[in-house]
Write a protein that binds this ligand. Sequence first.
Ligand code: PGA
Length: 253
Amino acid sequence: MERRPLLAGNWKMYTTIAEAEALAGAVARSAIPADRDVMLAPPFTALAAVGRVLAGSPVLLGAQNVCWEEKGAFTGEISPAMLKDVGCRLAIIGHSERRHIFGETDAMINKRVAGALRFGLIPVLCIGETLEEREAAQTFAVLERQLRKGLLGITLADGDQLVVAYEPVWAIGTGKTATVEQAQEAHYFVRNLLVDMYEKNIATQMRILYGGSVNPGNVDALMSQPDVDGALVGGAALKADSFCSIINFNKSA
Ligand code: PGA
């Protein structure tokens, strides 16, 4: 089954509003092949401004996290309704920096996924093992735990409602990319888990992104793997020329 590639930029805690507008403008004005989706996830402070820049372009606005409640006493959180209000279509959930620096648990991430879906936001659920876990041969066990707990009780009508991102923690911001074989092996494992959890047509329709030091030099080989359906890009998404090269990947033979 053909899945539409998704190239997503996670700007993390970078960019002033002016920098965000300039970067989003450069991406939106670039030639984006019609057969793929592009998402930009600026910091919360720049969402409204970037949303205005992207209006009328096919580039999708995404958030870097989302709360599960519509409103209430949740100091420091942003609700799915607020993200919809500002034009977001997707929300990154469970990024390894949220899990490892801010102590987010699988249970919390599960609530965020449910909250996003309730308001029609597409969760980009991030999972991935640390170096210690990989070296202890725990990779598959960690992926299975994060996926099953993150999606506990989550029903889906179709595979477009959710995106999974496999991001090995040891490859994020380190310049170390998983080999294409390591990426495909993990994605294939995740695909089979999804087949076990959901109807087959939903599992085969769902996009699984790879993240961790993706750059213009390795994206073609990664995207040529059968279960790699896109990329979640950090560092290389902060420069328009490198992110635009990634958007314009060509599957290598
Ligand atoms: P990186 O970040 O591309 O800088 O490794 C990826 C991510 O954290 O989503």
